[in-house]
Design a protein around this ligand. Structure first.
Ligand code: CS2
Length: 489
């Protein structure tokens, strides 16, 4: 028997239902005020939930979300037939609950219908553009600028329908400037240090690479009318599995093809720098602050850094999930040591946060066995993640005269992962990374830890010259890499 699919009408037909939370009646507040670039699982489990809670708490309308899916139509085809309703399956240690979210009001796949994207950009009712496009979506060069040698960025500068994130954003802002010039906020929600300022600079780089007569007035308008707050986002959202879909279907009695799964925890710290208003996210538990940086460093280095460490060491040791990896005593100890000995001394504690307690909570969250967060999923895009998550810690500790052995172990584990391509039982480990070809050819023919380390330390987009030249770093790295390579099948 095939189950009926989730839609606004079918949902009304099954509610109320134990274990299921429904969106507010009538889905108030769905008039679109937010345009979101990159409507993957993370946005649906994080910002959309905060926004719906804020709108529910205040009764203020006008903050419905229009999601944009750039690379494929999959998300549009999942959400549109469901009137954009979807479930967030919350998996705690011993509780599972399902919440249906109604805050997303539309989804656009620009390759199919670019006009609808531009209509949103020029609509003065749209006052915030949010983004979750992952680290690689920013297309930065080794110096952190927009990579104007990238073929997609070049094509966007030349005109035609833009495909890069910065291209879409700059062209959308250009149309808005020409239409009404109404101010707007661009709020990135990706795991980058100083993410708002980074994006602001990349958009400025795009403008600077345009012909002067076009780029200068656009840059000047953006300077006057657009703000780019920093933000720190946190919620573990693994890829949805068939098991998650089956569990949600059992709870709801409807089939949900847009389901996402998440841990109960969620946090959002946002710099309160909005050009044209915002939802009252503080009413939904977000923190609106003047300085996000200490929160961001804490999260990137302690949570994401440890996540990457466990992903590479765990995958190499044959652990399929992060929860399995962190339940292994030796790996748990390594993670704890990195947190305490290497990361903690580099941090300025954010107001009201006890860094040691935070570190323990991170490991508890990782150990949640109900979340099947694959080590290979977290291992993806290492070339983009390493500098933000591990290398900052390594640099700061080296500068303080210390040898951050555990953070360096994380780097060594990444190198072993790249080189071996298989775990200790011989099972293949995918190298899913925008620089995969570069990395493979760098290590091709390199025999033994010193040669592999030299080959990968030479990739300047990842390892800045001064770090690659540090003998303390190189010696500690080579020693640990030798050990990891020796345990290969
Ligand atoms: C993870 C993050 O996949 C990864 O690299 O480290 O997605 C992590 O789950 C989130 O940042 C948690 O907020």
């Amino acid at each position: 028997m095939t189950t009926v699919r989730l839609t606004a009408a079918s949902l009304d037909g099954v509610l109320p239902r134990p274990g299921v939370t429904a969106p507010p009646p009538g889905g108030h507040g769905r008039d679109i005020g937010i345009l979101h670039l990159g409507i993957g699982a993370f946005h649906r489990a994080h910002q959309a939930v905060f926004t719906e809670d804020a709108v529910t708490a205040t009764g203020e309308g006008g903050w419905g979300i229009c999601g944009v899916t750039q690379r494929s139509a999959t998300v549009a085809d999942q959400l549109l037939p469901q009137d954009c309703r979807y479930g967030v399956l919350e998996r705690g240690l011993d509780t599972t609950s399902l919440r249906i979210v109604g805050q997303v009001a539309d989804v656009v796949f620009p390759a199919r219908d670019a006009g609808r994207l531009w209509d949103r950009f020029t609509d003065p009712a749209v006052r915030v553009v949010t983004l979750t496009v992952t680290e690689k979506g920013y297309r930065r060069d080794a110096a952190g600028h927009l990579d104007v040698t990238d073929a997609v960025v070049r094509a966007d500068l030349d005109g035609g329908h833009p495909r890069s994130t910065v291209g879409v954003l700059a062209r959308g802002l250009q149309r808005r400037a020409a239409a009404t010039g109404a101010p707007i906020t661009v709020l990135t929600c990706d795991n980058l240090t100083g993410n708002g300022r980074v994006l602001q600079r990349l958009v400025a780089d795009f403008c600077a690479a345009l012909p002067t007569a076009e780029g200068e007035p656009l840059a000047a308008w953006i300077e006057r009318s657009v703000t780019f707050p920093n933000s720190m986002v946190d919620r573990i959202v693994p890829a949805t599995t068939a098991g998650d879909r089956a569990d949600a279907e059992a709870l709801l009695g409807l089939r949900d093809e847009a389901l996402v799964v998440a841990e109960p925890f969620r946090q959002w710290v946002v710099e309160d720098l909005f050009a044209a208003g915002r939802p009252a996210w503080e009413r939904a538990g977000a923190s609106l602050v003047t300085d996000v940086e200490p929160f961001e460093q804490l999260k990137l280095r302690m949570l994401n850094g440890t996540h990457s460490l466990l992903a590479y060491l765990g995958a190499l040791a044959g652990h399929a999930t992060i929860a399995e990896a962190v339940r292994h005593p030796a790996l748990a100890e390594t993670a704890q040591q990195m947190i305490t000995e290497d990361v903690a001394p580099t941090l300025v504690a954010p107001p009201g946060v006890d860094v040691a307690v935070y570190g323990r909570s991170v490991l508890d969250r990782f150990a949640n066995p109900a979340l099947r967060h694959l080590t290979t999923q977290v291992a993806m895009d290492g070339s983009q993640k390493l500098p933000l998550r591990l290398l900052g810690t390594v640099r700061d500790r080296l500068a303080a005269g210390a040898t951050p052995r555990w953070a360096i172990r994380g780097v060594a584990a990444w190198m072993a992962y790249v080189t071996l391509g298989a775990d200790r039982t011989g099972r293949p480990l995918p190298l899913d990374d925008p620089m995969a070809d570069r990395l493979r050819s760098a290590v091709a023919g390199a025999q033994g830890a010193p040669a592999v380390a030299t080959a990968l330390l030479g990739v300047a987009e990842i390892f800045p010259h001064d770090l690659a030249a540090s003998s303390t770093f190189r010696d500690c790295l080579t020693e640990q890499l030798a050990e990891l390579l020796a345990t290969a099948p």
